[in-house]
Design a protein around this ligand. Structure first.
Ligand SMILES: Cc1cc2nc3c(=O)[nH]c(=O)nc-3n(C[C@H](O)[C@H](O)[C@H](O)COP(=O)(O)OP(=O)(O)OC[C@H]3O[C@@H](n4cnc5c(N)ncnc54)[C@H](O)[C@@H]3O)c2cc1C
Length: 420
């Protein structure tokens, strides 16, 4: 891991580093190892956790260079996005060293075991229980919507350890081993035709006390770090570099990185709907021009509204990075923007291709990514907390409006009415 301090601008630093280190003949495993050792895999992590301690803004700027230079990005997925920052913030140094290097080198893939069939928006109502058994905890319950659960080696698990405490106080947070006979991961098929998430059934699975992140009963506080990181990252969009799946199950470590880059440049669709941002805006407006649709005043207006939203979202993110300007609500606002921008891109794309949209990828006049995008566009307003929940948080925590009515917050969880 990097131990010298470089005072140059982050963009200049990473740019020089890529020029000196990128080699298309490396295997993916070698490249990720090199990137992790440099501290550039996740530069906003603190230096004791394999990062450079950069601000989120500097890290985003630096990672755009990876995209511009068209090199394979760091291991994607929930390990890098959620597990590493959460463990860096709440884990002991021993836990940081146990988990984070394997995330930054892609050796282990992670999933997020938060949502349950009756605890999504009301996450603090979760019922998966962890009962103490010596140095271990015995975990039973069901999670759902577990993105990449079928590829994960480890999961960020929130479970109820003290049902007699009030619901926000009786939860604990664990780094949970997915490879146990008592863990049954059942992949689900989405309407996009892909299998992105699973349901996970745990029946007497085990997790050691050493894998508890934060203190017993601190799970809600730790989970809120994960959720804030998730919202801010979702709202900031993706850098757009070529990627490959991490983890032992995907097992892509032997692939040549040059081939991954080449494959990504050829692939227009498949695997992921395109990310929302100026690149997609340009792609969609060029499509409108090529189909001679830009004389339509309503379409022109929609294009301008979308452009304005992209700019306002950018300003919101800039404000989030400035500690003298921010209100604390910026990640929630960014998350709301992300959902709305997806919907606007979806509607705009359908207005551009008109009836050709029914032909999906088969029509020569349409962009084949549209069908995939349109089917996926409902998801961003739900994952990471729905639009309504973002508005509740903004109302209650930022604007200081009265809390939603409900049982007293100190009521023991075991005495609360349950959804089932
Ligand atoms: C693509 C995708 C990937 C996901 N990946 C993961 C993952 O990896 N791990 C994970 O743990 N979860 C994941 N989720 C789950 C996601 O976090 C939940 O779907 C979300 O929190 C909503 O919970 P729910 O589906 O149970 O809806 P519910 O909570 O049942 O909500 C139903 C509706 O009621 C509204 N509502 C609920 N409560 C209130 C309230 N108090 N005020 C106003 N309106 C309210 C909601 O806004 C929503 O419209 C994923 C979801 C999607 C779509």
């Amino acid at each position: 891991m990097a131990d010298t301090v470089d005072e140059r601008d982050p963009v200049e630093q990473i740019s020089d580093w890529i020029d000196d280190n990128w080699d298309p003949d490396l295997t993916l495993g070698e490249w990720w190892e090199r990137l992790a050792d440099s501290g550039y895999a996740h530069p906003s992590l603190p230096t004791n956790a394999g990062g450079k301690g950069w601000s989120h803004g500097d890290s985003v700027r630096a990672h755009r260079v990876l995209a511009e230079k068209n090199v394979v990005g760091p291991p994607p997925g929930l390990g890098t996005m959620l597990a590493a920052p959460t463990i860096a913030a709440h884990g002991s140094q021993e836990q940081i060293e146990r988990y984070i290097p394997d995330i930054l080198t892609g050796r282990r893939a992670w999933c997020q075991l938060f949502s349950e069939p009756v605890a999504g928006s009301d996450l603090a109502g979760l019922q998966t229980k962890a009962d103490a058994d010596g140095d271990e905890w015995i975990v039973s319950g069901q999670k759902v919507w577990t993105s990449q659960g079928h590829h994960a080696d480890l999961g960020l698990l929130v479970a109820r350890t003290d049902p007699d405490l009030p619901k926000h106080k009786g939860m604990s947070y664990f780094a949970f081993d997915m490879d146990q006979p008592e863990v049954d991961v059942r992949p689900l098929k989405e309407m996009t035709g892909r299998t992105f998430f699973s349901e996970v059934f745990m029946d007497g699975a085990r997790v050691h006390n050493k894998a508890m992140i934060g203190a017993r009963g601190d799970g809600w506080r730790v989970a809120n770090t994960t959720l804030m990181v998730e919202r801010a990252t979702i709202g900031a969009g993706s850098a757009g570099f070529p990627i490959a799946a991490p983890g032992t199950k995907a097992n892509q470590f032997g692939r040549r990185v040059g081939d991954i880059v080449e494959g990504a440049s050829k692939r227009k669709v498949g695997g992921h709907a395109p990310g929302v941002g100026m690149k997609l805006y340009k792609r969609w407006t060029e499509l409108a021009q090529s189909l001679s649709r830009t004389d339509d005043p309503l379409l022109r207006q929609e294009i301008m509204e979308l452009y304005s939203m992209l700019q306002v979202n950018r300003w919101n993110l800039q404000r989030a990075r400035d500690k003298n300007q921010r209100t604390g609500g910026e990640p929630n606002i960014a998350k709301l923007f992300d959902g709305e921008i997806h919907r606007r891109f979806r509607d705009l794309s359908l207005r551009i291709v008109q009836a050709d949209g029914m032909l999906g990828g088969a029509s020569s006049s349409t962009d084949p990514a549209i069908a995939e995008f349109v089917l996926h566009a409902q998801a961003p307003a739900i994952y990471g907390g729905t639009d309504q929940i973002q508005r509740n948080i903004l109302g209650e925590r930022v604007l200081g409006l009265p809390r939603e009515p409900g049982p007293a917050r100190d009521t023991p969880f075991s005495e609360l009415p349950k959804n089932v």
